[in-house]
Write a protein that binds this ligand. Structure first.
Ligand code: G3P
Length: 225
């Protein structure tokens, strides 16, 4: 599983880079706007935290392929390692073909159907980002859409990877993992929930209590080995 964090919040990114096997950070215009700083500052700061090897995804906003391509070129000039997110509109699909010809890395986003995903993969997208919770909100089975996309990728032997997005709970993440999604991007609050279990916490507390009772408070393996 390739884990990414869906945020532009620097504290959350720092924390996740420190704790988790994080492969990258994804943003979208809403996520960027929440920070209320310039895009330049935000992208620079995120890159500084995640380093060159982790992925950084940033989305274009234009409504025509030509403008999207110009935006993508500007983003790539600013950060040569950036991955360009493009919505799966007809103009977006055209833009993906042009960006692919330019050698850019592309994430197709705002995917709500398997056919949008298939078209984006054929247009050159490396990642396909279906919106799981937004589909669940309208009773359209977000996880089964992801399962259909992973099946299409296998059937057509495509190199594109699912980057499942828009999660509101751990069950959704679990379902897309079972469906074979190659990657997920998760907001910080849900990401932390992936590890949460009261029995894990009480289990660890019990180990510490039993240990301290014999070897003394605060003693580690290093003190007694
Ligand atoms: O990356 C796409 C994702 O941010 C959408 O999530 O929570 O706004 O549905 P959400």
């Amino acid at each position: 599983m390739i884990y990414m964090l869906d945020t532009a919040n620097l504290d959350a990114i720092r924390r996740a880079v420190d704790l988790y096997p994080l492969a990258g950070v994804t943003t979208n215009p809403t996520i960027i706007a929440k920070e209320n700083r310039t895009l330049r500052e935000i992208l620079l700061d995120i890159r500084e935290i995640i380093g060159e090897t982790r992925m950084l995804h940033a989305q274009v906003l234009g409504t025509t392929a030509e403008i999207m391509l110009k935006e993508a070129r500007a983003l790539c000039q600013f950060d040569p390692h950036i991955i360009i997110k493009v919505p799966v509109t007809p103009q977006g699909i055209k833009a993906m073909k042009l960006m692919k010809a330019d050698g850019m890395r592309i994430t197709a986003t705002a995917i709500l159907t398997p056919q949008q995903a298939l078209m984006a993969a054929m247009a050159g997208a490396e990642f396909l980002a279906p919106y799981v919770n937004r589909l669940d909100n309208i009773c359209s089975g977000g996880c089964s859409v992801v399962a259909d996309i992973t099946q299409l990728i296998a059937t057509y032997q495509l190199s594109a990877k699912v980057l499942a997005a828009s999660f509101k709970n751990v069950q959704q993440v679990h379902e897309v993992a079972k469906a074979g999604a190659q990657s997920v991007t998760i907001a910080p609050d849900v990401f932390d929930q992936l590890l949460n279990h009261p029995l894990t916490d009480s289990g660890v507390a019990g180990f510490v209590m039993d240990w301290n009772g014999v070897y003394g408070e605060g003693k580690t393996i290093l003190d007694v080995l």
